[in-house]
Write a protein that binds this ligand. Sequence first.
Ligand code: IVH
Length: 691
Amino acid sequence: MLDRLVQLRQQLQLAGHHYHVLDDPLMPDAEYDRLFRELQALEAAHPGLITPDSPTQRVGAAPMAAFTQVRHRVPMLSIHTETDISEQGAVQFDARVRKQLQLNDTDPPVNYVAELKFDGLAISLIYRHRLLVQACTRGDGETSEDVTHNIRTIGQIPLCLPDSAPAELEVRGEVYMRRDDFESLNERQRKCIAEGLKHEKTFVNPRNAAAGAVRQLDPKIAAQRPLSFYAYALHFHPDAAHTLSPVEATLNGLQAFGSHQQVLTALKDWGFPVSEHSRQVNGASGLITFHQEIAALRDSLPFDIDGVVYKVSDIGLQARMGMVSREPRWAVAHKYPAQEELTTVLGIEVQVGRTGKLTPVAKLAPVFVGGVTVTNATLHNEDEARRKDVRVADTVIVRRAGDVIPEVVSVMLEKRMQDARIFTMPALCPVCGSLAVREDGEADYRCTGGLFCSAQRKQAILHFAHKRAVDIADLGEKLVDQLVDAGLVNTLSDLYKLGFSQLSSLERMAEKSANNLLASLQRSKLTTLPRFIFGLGIRHVGEATAKDMARHFGSMDAVMDASMEQLLTVNDVGPVVAQSLRTFFDQSHNREVVEQLRACGVNWEESAPGARLDLPLAGHTYVITGTLPTLSRDQAQAMLEEAGAKVAGSVSKKTTGVIAGESAGSKLEKAISLGIPVLDEAALMALVKSP
Ligand code: IVH
């Protein structure tokens, strides 16, 4: 037991140093938290073994020697993390608050302010005579580092305050990096590294990048790192700090504001950025609603959060509640499931996609991350796999955020086995044995086998059957595997030649499912031209391009026969797309596929070319973002398209307007910055109705 205690302390000590001082974390937060809790539990069981230097006995890490050290006038407290990450955590916090305040069931619900728990780093800003004079990090909560030179480079932080603000104050909040800023920073860093600047490095996550920027010794470099800020606390320095308890010091002068909500309003009035998501809620049910709402919105926020924070709003009640072990009793952090976890690589496989693209995929020991059990993580392509240098048996950090496919963030090199073999892309397609080639300027290897490759054939069939293509409802991945492997389906039209007896001879195929599939196949025969073109799976031809082609040419034959020049006259079709279309239809077997499908009875409505040009929104492009109050995204898109508009996935100078709903994120911001009109659902309705 003692051994484990010592080992945990050493591990946590080292991990803490890497995290706080070197800005280069050794392990995911979830792993750190687990080790920390294990140590806390051991120490709780054996209090006699607690030493003052145990990682459990301090708030952060020692400041880096190169910065001037500062003593906080008001200690920078920590915040208690609710152990139950389910919604019940909110109920438990509320119950503790009520008990401590000796409230009965008949007393009204407690008023809270619920906020986001920003995943950046805490910063204290000191204003004298309404001028920013000092900014420092949290350090160990008592002393910290002076990082004024870097913080001054953050545009969102006011350097001077309006006359309405008190002359002397301290504002605390979080410095963070937006996800898009993080991506472009890493992109820049990668370029620097590629150009031979060896001392540059890429960052693991936005918080790590933000921390690195704030603790830069050279403010010129800090100024190039895009940082943002949210304020969440206000303090007034007591005249005689030493006579006050930490809680008294923390709340000094705030009673005049009455509530934390008022404090936030004041901060906003004085020019500090305050999150629009911070709001007052009542009782446990209010906390739960907030927790649910933010969970649903988490992935669409432009920055990372690791949970939410609940604070008793009334300052008088905060004072009554006080604190335990440097954590106020009136606040709690309620975290969401971690989006990064540790696991081991069981193998690296290469998968073959519809267009022959070879994707290296790490097969993982099952791990619960981002709310689901993950067993595969993409390594994207050869360069990425090489950059991350993932090897079989490695311990890796896996990340899964929202609907994004899980990916390996980095390898824990100190855990690598000595004989771990470097991964290389195979020279031959692992499915059909055809040559795999990587063309100049391309990131991907492709199998050259085309539809000879059964992997490509399977993907091509699944794509054709997709809901948004010809929509063959009962044709799933397992079934396609069986049909292709049994030699029953070699080309798309073979699907329509399947009979009941063939189907029911397949494994696990009951009479009912066979009939269902036959009915779906029958239904799919009546389709539309855009769906059919999309379903062919031509490289670079997505749904939007398929619609453009159908609208422009009106018939399948016209599309197949269009010359490069003609293709290039289609809205939004550039040389890459045009070339891809030409290459596809120049191959006689692709034309045969179309003819065979036609012969099997697949048919689509053809429209006179350009017939839709007279529609009110013809030539206009819209982007839909966020959640609209009543319409689904598909409905909104259909309405716009019916009126002749095009719906695109990203905002550019050419966008006519952006339809924005609740929790719209970076697309909305981009639209605003480009001066593109923003419409809500009501405006959309008016737009499509107007003659
Ligand atoms: S309040 C007394 N509010 O969480 C409570 N902290 O505190 C003082 N954090 O490293 C903190 N979002 O940087 C508070 N809305 C929020 C926060 C927040 C993130 C961070 C803070 C600190 C950690 C624990």
